[in-house]
Ligand binder design. Structure first.
Ligand SMILES: Cc1cc2nc3c(=O)[nH]c(=O)nc-3n(C[C@H](O)[C@H](O)[C@H](O)COP(=O)(O)OP(=O)(O)OC[C@H]3O[C@@H](n4cnc5c(N)ncnc54)[C@H](O)[C@@H]3O)c2cc1C
Length: 415
């Protein structure tokens, strides 16, 4: 096919990456093509094997609304209720000396085991007739008629390629060489898992504890209950084992975690540390003739503290709509895909402003008064809940923080 218009009957879509963005896009292309009465050939290329949890994509596994609705209504598959490990209605926000419980029972988030979610989604796609190539994509060749994706198994030919490879540096380099793509800037995140036993898990309860910055370049930290274990993770521009050790040694963190696990002292070396990254800016050249990026690869996530899984699925759906309704040219992606993602893109600068505000407040000791104000004022509390849970765009968070009543509450807490 030489036209760069909407994919016609027998059009071919190849997707690099079988995480939430890639599978979300594949299932959305399938569902939409069915509605439009078009036969489209879809191939997902995924290098990891999620079966038996052999490989995984690093994640704490908290999924926020509207993920269940997107999966059921836009992807046309059942949301995997059986994979839920708990409902999260409360975040406890800690500054250096103060803490506040932020609650929202109306729109809770859910804890899932991410590798099981990825496995379920990829297998569902396969069962519905989407081809899955179990290999890593290693090269790209664009021509006027098609794009060829080289993998370490067979090559795949398509009319359009979707980059859903997250923050994978190898895949980013392949796209950089082929089309001049520039990956998003990123924050590093380190994660450690605790298995403290059933009684300790019951004592911990169903709350996520979030920690504001205060030392050694850590921008935020969290301890999250996940059924039979706790995840402790921290994020910042440059972190190492020492930062994690310092985080775990903080009194307010130590108070939440058992000193010993099943009778043996907790030892970071024994439990192992995982390293991942969050995007914190938009990627460069994330679409063009015959290609488009979704999810983390595009940097299309809520900045700073994101709802990455939900955004990946959402942007996968938007890419599918563009491919089938508007076309596969740079112009079609600019006018349709980039425009559809205006909600995320427009909020990035507000996210950057919140991040800067939090970092400066930490430096000048202002976070404790804000947390104190939240204990007394419902407006400040709602703004903090919206920011920490990722339920509200940052524009809205800033709007609630900078109204007269909230500012007055913070000033009162300061004096
Ligand atoms: C520590 C940490 C905790 C997080 N916690 C949460 C959370 O609680 N909730 C939340 O919503 N988000 C969370 N996120 C963010 C979330 O994980 C991402 O935003 C989300 O996974 C993005 O989905 P994606 O499909 O764009 O990319 P990914 O999930 O990264 O998927 C990319 C896929 O592409 C495959 N791939 C890459 N390169 C190639 C190649 N060359 N060939 C073939 N396959 C390839 C990879 O194997 C992978 O399966 C967290 C991130 C980190 C680092």
């Amino acid at each position: 096919m030489t036209s760069l218009g909407p994919l016609p009957d027998d059009g071919r879509v190849a997707i690099i990456g079988g995480g939430p963005g890639g599978v979300g896009c594949a299932l959305a292309v399938r569902a939409l093509a069915q509605q439009m009465g078009r036969r489209i050939h879809i191939t997902i290329i995924e290098g990891k094997d999620f079966a038996g949890e052999r490989h995984h994509n690093l994640c704490v596994g908290i999924v926020s609304p509207p993920l269940p609705e997107l999966v059921e209504q836009r992807l046309g598959v059942a949301c995997p209720e059986h994979l839920r490990q708990g409902v999260i209605t409360t975040y406890v926000l800690h500054a250096s000396r103060e803490e506040v419980a932020l609650e929202n029972t109306a729109h809770p988030s859910f804890a899932i085991r991410r590798v099981q979610f990825d496995h379920y989604m990829l297998e569902t796609a396969r069962r519905l007739g989407i081809a899955v190539v179990e290999a890593r994509a290693s090269g790209l060749e664009f021509s006027a008629e098609r794009v060829v994706i080289y993998t370490d198994a067979a090559s795949v030919e398509a009319d359009v390629v979707v980059g859903a490879f997250g923050l994978d540096e190898g895949a980013a380099e392949v796209f950089r060489q082929a089309v001049g793509y520039r990956p998003p800037r990123a924050l590093v995140s380190l994660l450690v898992r605790y298995y403290p036993g059933q009684q300790a898990m019951q004592r911990f309860g169903g709350r996520i504890h979030a920690f504001l910055p205060g030392f050694l370049g850590m921008e935020f930290g969290a301890i999250t209950p996940k059924g039979d274990h706790l995840n402790a993770n921290i994020a910042g521009r440059a972190l190492d084992v020492g930062t994690m050790q310092a985080f775990l040694a903080r009194p307010e963190v130590k108070a939440l975690l058992p000193d010993d696990i099943e009778g043996r002292p907790f030892d970071l070396n024994r439990v192992g540390l995982f390293r991942g990254r969050f995007p914190r800016s938009l990627a460069g050249a994330y679409y063009g003739d015959r290609y488009v990026m979704v999810g983390d690869a595009a940097g299309l996530v809520r900045a700073f503290k994101g709802k990455g899984v939900t955004s990946a699925v959402q942007t996968g759906i938007r890419a599918a709509e563009t491919i089938l309704q508007a076309g596969i040219s740079r112009a079609a992606f600019a006018s349709h895909y980039a425009a559809a993602n205006r909600d995320i893109i427009g909020d990035l600068r507000f996210g950057r402003a919140v991040r800067l505000m939090v970092l400066l407040s930490a430096r000048y000791g202002l976070l404790d008064p804000v947390v104190r104000a939240a204990r007394r004022d419902v407006g400040v509390r709602q703004a903090l809940y919206g920011a920490v849970s990722a339920h509200q765009p940052y524009r809205q968070v800033l709007g609630s923080m900078f109204n007269l009543r909230s500012v007055a509450a913070v000033l009162r807490a300061l004096v």
